[in-house]
Design a protein around this ligand. Structure first.
Ligand SMILES: Nc1ncnc2c1ncn2[C@@H]1O[C@H](COP(=O)(O)O)[C@@H](OP(=O)(O)O)[C@H]1O
Ligand SMILES: [Mg+2]
Ligand SMILES: [Mg+2]
Ligand SMILES: [Mg+2]
Length: 378
């Protein structure tokens, strides 16, 4: 079977194109713009920047051109841009989105025609770009085609100069079929240093060695390419058996408000893991274990566990890890349900690990939660 005949070949190509363009936008925002006046605080107190809105406008415009009937579940909406406070951000978002959509054609397999470019450039008025952002308002659900978009996952990481990811997934009947993730700050070679937000240390990082894109289609494997070169290399998780579990390394959020560092540490202890956890913002954590930099991603809820994870925070990362040989479930070991709406309301927490050890990790999770008196989460 050639690539163009493979299932979801078109969705794959367009998703890569959209993520590349949005990643170019976010990188240029980061290089040139980011200052306090380029971000807003949302009603849930989380930050949102020119980069988040711009990347959502770019991806949604491209999806609207190629798949006009497909609904999109996207994180952002344009309401904050329509206020007086949001006016200057709105202007920057529109300028950056136009630049990104008109920019030189990106290296993207099967899609270099002038016609495609022309179509995408047609709808670039402010009104149309804001409407493109709001195409992300879909409620989600278990039936039919839809896209899930996190234009910048890890906005806090983006703001501090650490890791972030542009994440786009294609979902059919509640099952993720295609996942593409752009990680502009992740080193192409795992051995190279990655920016972490520490200004002094990050000054030593060679920027030409950063910028990866991950691509996975269900049943077709997981691949890494770079932002500038379309050559794809297959990636897979490190093999890990029960007897080697104590040598594993695990990653977790930088933000202790997003995942319980204390519970994670106890789980590691129960598994005999001595390595210090690797803290990283965004779905770059999924990418990192998928290519074998680390082995386990733990995301245990904080407090009473009432927070509902969002589908765009996990859809592309989950497929990447599954296609690289891993298993991703909630803390009870149950599959994540992407068909329940905008959130993973049927699930609590996330545990991602190699198939051969996933069951053991889940046992340790149960034990740690029982010890903490949080057995009701199980
Ligand atoms: N209380 C909470 N528990 C878990 N995740 C949360 C959370 N509050 C916010 N988040 C999510 O955590 C994401 C970042 O994940 P991480 O901590 O792995 O970097 C955020 O994505 P955005 O940055 O796209 O808003 C946000 O959706
Ligand atoms: Mg956010
Ligand atoms: Mg996110
Ligand atoms: Mg986001």
């Amino acid at each position: 079977m050639t690539k163009s005949e493979a299932p979801y070949a078109r969705e794959r190509s367009i998703a890569i194109r959209a993520v590349l363009r949005a990643s170019q936008l976010t990188s240029s925002v980061f290089d040139k713009l980011i200052s306090a006046s380029d971000s807003l605080t949302k009603s849930d107190k989380s930050p949102v920047t020119v980069g988040d809105f711009g990347a959502q406008a770019v991806v949604n415009s491209i999806l609207a051109t190629h798949f006009p009937d497909d609904p999109i579940v996207g994180e952002e909406d344009s309401s904050d841009l329509k206020t007086e406070e949001g006016k200057s951000i709105k202007e920057q978002v529109c300028r950056l989105a136009r630049e990104a959509l008109k920019g030189a054609a990106t290296n993207c397999p099967g899609l270099s025609g002038q016609g495609v470019q022309k179509q995408e450039e047609e709808d670039l008025t402010e009104e149309k770009l804001l409407a493109a952002i709001d195409r992300g308002n879909h409620e989600g659900g278990a039936i039919g085609r839809m896209w899930a978009l996190d234009p910048i996952d890890g906005t806090k990481g983006f703001l501090r100069g650490g890791q972030y990811a542009v994440c786009l997934a294609f979902i059919v009947d509640g099952v993720v079929q295609v996942g593409v993730m752009g990680c502009p700050n992740l080193p192409i070679s795992p051995a190279d240093p990655k920016p972490s937000g520490d200004k002094e240390r990050d000054a030593q990082v060679d920027k030409s060695k950063l910028g990866t894109v991950y691509v996975a289609v269900r049943g077709q494997g997981a691949f890494q390419r770079t932002l500038h070169d379309e050559t794809e290399t297959r990636i897979s998780m490190r093999s890990l058996s029960a007897s080697k579990l104590s040598q594993a390394s695990f990653c977790e959020s930088v933000e202790s408000g997003h995942s319980s560092h204390g519970t994670n540490a106890r789980i590691a202890e129960l598994l005999g893991i001595k390595n210090k956890s690797v803290r990283m913002d965004s779905q770059a954590k999924y990418a990192s274990i998928a290519r074998g930099d680390g082995d386990i991603y733990l995301r245990l809820p904080v407090g009473d566990g009432s927070y509902q994870e969002k589908i765009w925070d996990h859809a592309s990362g989950l497929l990447l890890v599954e296609e690289a040989g891993g298993k991703v479930t909630d803390l009870r070991g149950q599959a994540l349900n992407f068909g329940a709406g905008r959130t993973l309301r049927d699930n609590k927490g996330v545990v991602a690990a190699h198939w051969d050890v996933h069951g053991q990790v889940i046992e340790a999770v149960s034990k740690a939660l029982m010890e903490e008196g949080r057995g009701s989460l199980l």
